[in-house]
Design a protein around this ligand. Structure first.
Ligand code: PLP
Length: 437
């Protein structure tokens, strides 16, 4: 077997450098809580392939379902000859997403593709064009979703021109907006929408109920419900991008539920299928059915193997009650991280819900009760990178995020054993002692 160093050399000669990796070690196998590289080194997995392997890597039910399906047929294209798995995944999505109204779903391959299609559907259903998105949003890397995404580097730089009719409103970001209430933050966003776009022009308001790449930003309570209400009152489609938050990650099937929000459309991907590429758009039947036959689809969308994996992953989440497991992970992690925050003044904020938690690193003295109202925390991306590196060297796989690159985010598989989780938190504490002690 090749070593990681050998594979790295082959990679440099074969793989475009635009596709980068966090670790230089090459994975050999992975389980419900650890990854092992080709040299036998093990990492505790606080990343889950960016919120994908919630049921664990190579989860037994997913492996069985995939094997069964591969032997039956691998692909027909649902648009040519349909099969039950696609229908069954749509039934599950219709049943599990918030809202008891009549729904329809369509399946795709990636989160970006789901978001693109949600926008297509909203525009067709409303006959309007404008799409409202938020500061710090991340919705993908295709042309339309780059336009929807806020952060320039590395996602957008030099890749324009971008799609039009996209408008950005301010986000509720309690650590950075002076702790505005959800209602105040929503009023500021709605003011931008009404003054700069016009309510009658808005096809869709698109938001992550908890932002992912933008920094695990948990908006103040009331912010998301107020925007959903504004969309309803103005005939716009309210789209929740639950690609990172969905499928039990935040302690419920979907994060919208925590505030009782029933989005018109929900975009899903990532955790839905245990690592196989599957994504969906689910929503109110009258909105979904506005699109003419043939208007949605794609060669691989809802591939039978991905659907089999999706059904097995959903069954695993139900039977093991992984929403409860996510809440349990949150109740272990959040106090441990708050304890670190008491000891290390670089930790500006500890936030998150369920098994989607993060710490924001900032220069001490630039935040907290002693600073002037209106001053903004000074992000410390260098310390964040040093902490992440120290974790990697000690066997804990962490990833960073945030508009300012200063957020350490934690996304363990929901099946991670408690002792592995605590061991990972111990490595994180050691990293703080080494970097910030
Ligand atoms: C909230 C959100 N939307 C969309 C996407 C894009 O998904 P994909 O990478 O599958 O295209 C992501 C991926 O990180 C995401 O977190």
């Amino acid at each position: 077997m090749s070593t990681s160093a050998e594979l790295g050399k082959r990679r440099s000669a074969a793989v475009a450098r635009g596709v980068s990796s966090i670790l230089s070690s090459y994975v050999d196998h992975a389980s419900g809580g650890t990854l092992t590289d080709v040299e036998g080194r093990e990492w505790i997995d606080f990343a889950s392939g960016i919120a994908v392997t919630s049921v664990g890597n190579s989860a037994p039910r997913v492996v069985e379902a995939v094997k069964r399906q591969v032997e039956l047929f691998t692909h027909t294209c649902f648009m040519v000859t349909p099969y039950e798995g696609y229908v069954a995944v749509c039934e599950q999505l219709n049943a599990l997403t918030p809202g008891s109204f009549d729904k329809r779903s369509a399946l795709f391959n990636s989160g970006a593709e789901a978001v693109e299609n949600a926008v297509k559907i909203a525009r067709k259903a409303t006959g309007r064009q404008a799409v409202v998105v938020f500061d710090h949003a991340y919705h993908g890397r295709t042309n339309l979703t780059m336009a929807l995404t806020a952060k320039n580097m590395p996602y957008k730089d030099g890749f324009g021109p971008f799609a039009g009719e996209i408008y950005r409103a301010p986000m509720s970001y309690p650590f950075r907006d002076g702790g505005r209430s959800g209602e105040q933050a929503a009023a500021a966003a709605i003011d931008v929408i009404e003054k700069q776009v016009g309510g009658d022009n808005v096809a869709a308001v698109l938001i992550e109920p908890i932002q992912g790449e933008g920094g695990f930003v948990v908006p103040a309570p009331g912010f998301v419900p107020a925007l959903a209400e504004w969309a309803r009152a103005n005939g716009a489609v309210f789209i929740a991008d639950e690609i990172q938050t969905g499928f039990c990650r935040t302690g419920d099937w979907f994060a919208s539920t925590h505030e009782g929000v029933e989005p018109d459309l929900v975009a899903t991907a990532k955790g839905i299928a245990g690592g196989l590429p599957l994504a969906g758009v689910t929503g109110r039947a009258e909105i979904m059915e506005a699109v003419h036959p043939g208007g949605l689809g794609g060669t691989y969308g809802g591939n039978p193997i991905a659907c089999a994996a999706g059904l097995a992953a959903i069954e695993t989440m139900s039977e093991l009650d992984l929403a409860a497991a996510a809440r349990g992970i949150g109740s272990t992690m959040l106090p441990a991280l708050r304890d670190l925050a008491d000891r290390y003044p670089v930790i500006g904020d500890v936030r998150g819900r369920g098994a989607m938690v993060a710490i924001e690193i900032a220069k001490p003295g630039t935040f907290g009760p002693t600073v002037d109202a209106g001053s903004v925390p000074d992000p410390d991306a260098a310390t964040t990178a040093a902490l992440s590196k120290a974790c990697h060297e000690a066997g804990l796989l962490t990833i960073t995020c945030g508009t300012y690159g200063n957020v350490l985010r934690f996304l363990p598989p929901l099946v991670m054993p408690e002792d592995t989780l605590r061991k990972g938190l111990g490595i994180l504490a050691d990293a703080f002692a080494a970097v910030c002690g």
